[in-house]
Ligand binder design. Structure first.
Ligand SMILES: Nc1ncnc2c1ncn2[C@@H]1O[C@H](COP(=O)(O)OP(=O)(O)O)[C@@H](O)[C@H]1O
Ligand SMILES: [Mg+2]
Length: 320
């Protein structure tokens, strides 16, 4: 059985200006121990997808359609009490700048062990023991459990948050731009750490980023999101070596040398669409240099172009 199956997920926000379709018919899946990279420009619905899976949406957000099967069980109809229990043991999210969420007046070790006591009903002694093991796992000397957050560097704090996310042995860990606030060297360390943990603990992982370049070495497969939809998905090789969708190509074009410095700092020309009033047809058509008449009126269907490589684009070259 797959670890996660997201089928036709639709998550909308009620706003004063109308209904905003943040996630609009998104499907993907994940095997146990597999890593998926979810990439796209700011505002395309990545965080909303993650919050939907973890059932942590703010109250104005609603899942209005689809299924989220975690180990075969649909989490959407689950009652709040069950969600609370499963939140730490099933899915854990590490947010961008999570380290700033550490409580400044409590030692790092205490914060982790409190989470363990709370969610696993273990004794203080057992929780402390586990905390030291977790710190060790994220490469923080375990005697530093007595230290306060201000005594930690930014990278160390983020690693402490990863230890916290692992506290109840989740089956799935979601990193939502987990390294965005960190400098490049530390980013690489954190990504390597996540990668190692995923393998050692055989967890599923979803790594969310606006920076396609960081996914190449960390993930098995990639889903490219645009305006609330997945426009292309495939193995890392499919995406980096045989991108089909003009948007994916442009994302890759921004980073000609995947391991080198970015040439364009962030994103591509033009603006992401307003999801309150998205363009007709293919939402990318106003920014697409290859757009034809049909792109303006009809949403392209997803077609399989080999293996698990799927693309949603009207262009003949993209579908061949
Ligand atoms: N609480 C909210 N209320 C209304 N709109 C929201 C809310 N959170 C996010 N959105 C909107 O949903 C869309 C997707 O946002 P998000 O999932 O945060 O994108 P990403 O993580 O890819 O940057 C954006 O248009 C954003 O403005
Ligand atoms: Mg986000």
């Amino acid at each position: 059985m797959k670890l996660l199956e997201v089928n036709n997920l639709k998550t909308y926000f009620k706003t004063s200006k109308g209904m905003l379709k943040a996630v609009d018919d998104v499907s993907f899946d994940l095997e146990h121990g597999e890593a998926l990279g979810l990439v796209g420009e700011s505002g395309c619905g990545k965080t909303t997808s993650a919050l939907s899976i973890a059932r942590l949406l703010p109250k104005e957000g609603r899942i209005v359609g689809g299924q989220i099967l975690l180990d075969g069980r649909d989490v959407i109809p689950a009652p709040e009490s069950e969600l609370r229990r499963r939140r730490w043991t099933d899915v854990s999210i590490i947010f961008q700048g999570a380290m700033n969420a550490l409580n400044p007046v409590m030692t790092v070790g205490k914060q982790i062990s409190e989470a363990i006591v709370l969610h696993e009903n273990s004794s203080e002694a057992d929780a402390l023991h586990k905390t030291k093991g977790l710190l060790d796992l994220v490469e923080i000397p375990s005697d530093r459990y007595k230290h306060y957050p201000h005594e930690f560097s930014g990278g160390m704090k983020q690693r402490a948050m990863i230890a916290m996310a692992l506290a109840c042995d989740p089956k799935l860990i979601i990193g939502d731009e987990p390294t965005t606030a960190l400098d490049v060297m530390i980013q690489a360390q954190i990504l390597n750490l996540l990668e190692r943990l995923r393998r050692e603990l055989s967890m599923g992982m979803i790594l969310i980023t606006h920076d396609l370049a960081i996914l190449g070495e960390t993930c098995d497969k990639i889903a490219v999101m645009y305006a609330g939809k997945i426009v292309e998905t495939g193995s890392v090789k499919d995406i980096f070596e045989d991108a089909r969708h003009p948007y994916t190509k442009r994302l890759i074009g921004c980073f000609p040398n995947v391991k080198g410095p970015k040439v364009v700092p962030d994103g591509i020309e033009g603006f992401p669409p307003n999801l309150l009033d998205p363009p007709s047809g293919c939402a990318f058509h106003p920014r697409c240099e290859f757009a034809c008449d049909i792109c303006k009126i009809q949403m392209p269907e997803s077609v399989n172009v080999g293996g698990k490589h799927v693309v949603a684009c009207h262009l003949k070259e993209a579908r061949q």
